[in-house]
Design a protein around this ligand. Structure first.
Ligand code: HEC
Ligand code: HEC
Ligand code: HEC
Ligand code: HEC
Length: 160
């Protein structure tokens, strides 16, 4: 076998290995991204930045605190596993419609059909619990570090 032939073979091997690793990569996720789900026709608030890697690694939150199956049961995942996006199940973009006086407010699962309600539930309830705990452990602090107000998550608040 001459040198060029070996080089060609090696090159082919590298290309096919790269192709295989792509196939096996599953769903990838950015370390940090803006929550701006593309199925929305319009966003009325500036997008909330989300430090995915920090949440999973530095804050030591297990994947299943946020990712669950079609019954709402927490998933045990490792990086590289396929993951469904929230909107695949919490299908309606935006918040639940405001109700008129006398009408019943949507609650629980019905409310969480609306994507933004499911996200708010997940993000804010954990942040509230965490801050409560944090203040208990640090009585001198007035506030916990996890954001719970509109403008802390949506920088600049409402889009003008
Ligand atoms: C604090 C909540 C939270 C934790 C913890 C978390 N994730 Fe996520 N993850 C999200 C959110 C929110 C998205 C964005 C989903 C969307 O676009 O609907 C996401 C997106 C992803 C995606 C990309 C999905 C896609 O198709 O765009 C993958 C893959 C993923 N996460 C895997 C994991 C794994 C594996 C772990 C654990 C090591 C983990 N996540 C921990 C909340 C979390
Ligand atoms: C495969 C479908 C599916 C996907 C994907 C999915 N959910 Fe859910 N989720 C459900 C079902 C079913 C329930 C149970 C009904 C309910 O309580 O809304 C649920 C429940 C919830 C709850 C209520 C949990 C509780 O304990 O009260 C929150 C909050 C939530 N989902 C947020 C999210 C977020 C955030 C994502 C994306 C990171 C996501 N869901 C992805 C199907 C899904
Ligand atoms: C299960 C718990 C949990 C969930 C769910 C969660 N967070 Fe957090 N988040 C934390 C904790 C804990 C901190 C603060 C950690 C610290 O500073 O010590 C934090 C901090 C943050 C911060 C400020 C610091 C940083 O890393 O950017 C932002 C912004 C944030 N979260 C956005 C979100 C959004 C958006 C979601 C929903 C998609 C979300 N979080 C869901 C636990 C959670
Ligand atoms: C912990 C972070 C967090 C807090 C606090 C928070 N949001 Fe959100 N909000 C989100 C995330 C994440 C989404 C999902 C956006 C997406 O995926 O496109 C969202 C979606 C929305 C949407 C639908 C999308 C849009 O731009 O029209 C509205 C409206 C909204 N939020 C308003 C508010 C208001 C008002 C408050 C305060 C009462 C608030 N949010 C507090 C994280 C947060």
């Amino acid at each position: 076998m001459n040198k060029t032939r070996i080089t060609t073979l090696l090159a082919a091997l590298v290309v096919s290995l790269a192709a295989v690793s792509l196939l096996w990569a599953g769903t990838t996720v950015e370390d940090t991204f803006d929550m701006k789900t593309k199925e929305y026709t319009e966003h009325t608030y500036n997008p909330a930045p989300f430090t995915h890697k920090k949440h999973a690694e530095d804050y030591n939150i297990s994947c299943g605190e946020c990712h669950h199956d079609a019954d709402g049961k927490a998933l045990e995942l490792t990086m590289g596993d396929d993951v469904q996006r929230c909107i695949e199940c919490h299908k309606i973009p935006g918040k639940a419609p405001k109700v008129k006086k006398g009408e019943k407010k949507l609650k629980g699962a019905e409310k969480r059909q609306y994507h933004a309600e499911a996200l708010h539930d997940n993000c804010i309830s954990c942040h509230k619990d965490f801050n409560k705990d944090f203040k208990k452990k640090n009585p001198a602090e007035k506030k916990g570090p996890a954001p719970t107000s509109c403008n802390k998550c949506h920088p600049g608040g409402k889009i003008k």
